[in-house]
Design a protein around this ligand. Sequence first.
Ligand code: ZN
Ligand code: ZN
Ligand code: FE
Length: 699
Amino acid sequence: MAIEPVAPTGARQFEIVESRGATERFTLISPDVCVCKECLDEMKDPGNRRFEYPFINCTNCGPRFTIISDVPYDRPKTSMRNFEMCADCNAEYEDPTNRRFHAQPNACPVCGPHVFIANKDGALLGAGGNAIELGASLLKEGKILAVKGLGGFHLAVDAANESAVQRLRELKGRPDKPFALMAASVFQAAAYVEINDAEEQLLTSYHRPIVLLEKKDDDPGIRLAPSIAPYNTCLGIMLPYTPLHYLLLDKGPDVLVMTSGNRSGEPLSIDNDDAFDAFAHIADAFLFHDRDIYFRADDSIMRVQKAQGRFLRRSRGYAPLPVDLKPLSGKVLPRVMGCGAGLKATVCLTRERYGFLSQHIGDLENIKVNGFYDHTISHLKKITDIEPEIIAHDLHSGYYSTAWAKRKGEDGIPLLGVQHHHAHALSCMAENHLDGEVIALTLDGTGLGSDGHIWGGEVLTCTYESFERRARLLWLPMPGGDAAAREPWRMAAALLYKVYGRDFLGLDIPYIKEMNTSKLEFLAGMMEKQVNTPLTSSAGRLFDAISSLLCIRHEITHESQAAMALEAVANSQDIHARYHFEVRPQDDGCSVLDIAPAVDEIVGDIKAGRPAGIISAKFHNTLVAFFVAAAVKVRDASGLNRVVLSGGVFNNDRIFSGMIEALESCGFSVYTHSLVPCGDGGIALGQAMAAAAKWTRDH
Ligand code: ZN
Ligand code: ZN
Ligand code: FE
């Protein structure tokens, strides 16, 4: 806060005047906030004029980001502009003592938005309170309801109804990716999952993220549908956040599946007509409303690890709140942009000491997601009033984000290519306000290296300006290229080939028996001739390989599925043993983490009939010990003692917690993510920091 005395201007009274679109506009836009207790109490009071009104809100709560088209945040610049306030609402709006004083989305049943319900042929079945009653009773009957929410549509079914959940899976073409749930209360959720204090705080926070919570051991009395999250030890649960959700859960089932209403791979539907088109073959009915969503925001996904909330996806309830950053070399941050990578894309704009990370955009392989990407950038630029002076991008030229940056480069904006894992490391440094040089352990799926190979199991030393690669996982071929990321059995073959050569075909283990011999021979031939076998040091691919080698998962239908299944089988095992490995120094200064000795021991354990859960636990321990040993070597050589952990593999709790404990017991200061995702959703922040550092140095 800056205080400065000014000369009297001659004003005679205190006035609140209309906002002007000033040139130096800079207001922090609030994210959407869940309905507050006072509004909920009014909504439940039959004597209140907003009794059971699903759009009740006040200055303490309600929609913000998703209904705003421009700043300043006034009603005419929101999707409430179509609703003229009645006399009662207007009186509240103008009364400084009222909770709804200048509440831009203020509304009531007389003047505000309404809900209505339609069947799949588009016929209107009911409106207002009747629509919600009918929607709730359809859910109780096991029907699929498309529900228009705050940041987009959901597809809802009764979470206790297995056949309804399975039908939703079939119709949505989503065989086994976990569904998110919405539970009426913490009490309801606690029947199915373990909830500690930190988790309860997160669940009930006004951001209302989906929180991943450990399933309780099966109790036949209170089972939810098993196909909600098969092969998973957690359920993703959120509490209601709009008044409409509260009404629906109050009148309908206590726990609903609430999965994103989107066509596979596409952005969330936000428009009534589009949703009707997209889900006519899925939903039995549509619970619509007539307040437009200007800006889509997926539900945020979090998990408590080491007593702190961590993002798997940072979106509704958080975006566009900035990440508070530290100035570089004492100077405020320049206006720069990081444009993300290819998966789970977000973008980041910086200004002063803020990093504005966009909401989750999605995987940029889809043309509709590309459109949303463009739209997100122009909207974020508008509401933050940032026109970037330099744009940082990934090194991978195949990403839409990189192509987008290159187009801006042709218009004369300076560009900076930032290596994927360097950006991961910087995002962790930035949110922890670290300066100088650190050791970075970056473990993730795929990122293009500066040598043209695919990295993902790296030990770096880095600053905001540059990095050095100090150690990496052993190169493995990826037979079939991208196909190897979708088909973990290929990576298992690559791992065995690397250790045993062609002889692996003769191994007497279940993996070889379950595989088609001619397919394996074909793969071995590819690796021999080095045809379509790019090299990778990815930790994610190593997880895939082990998962398939243990016959847990040979093929996947969604990202990191094989790795998650591998973690899940190990979960209840309290095992401290590990396998052997070798850290081999190389001439180029980058040591190789050679996993071959461990693989041979794993094959031995498989032959000896050891359970997959134990082998998996030992593998996790091995990987942790491996990277800690590498970090110690780097410390010995460099004197650095601060370690940042980044990359999607740290979503694996066994790796995450194990790594922190092991590093700390070796005396390292360990820094982790809690403000942005450790996966590719956080990478734009790191890119932006690299660009800011370059700009600051050059000017
Ligand atoms: Zn309120
Ligand atoms: Zn009204
Ligand atoms: Fe990554």
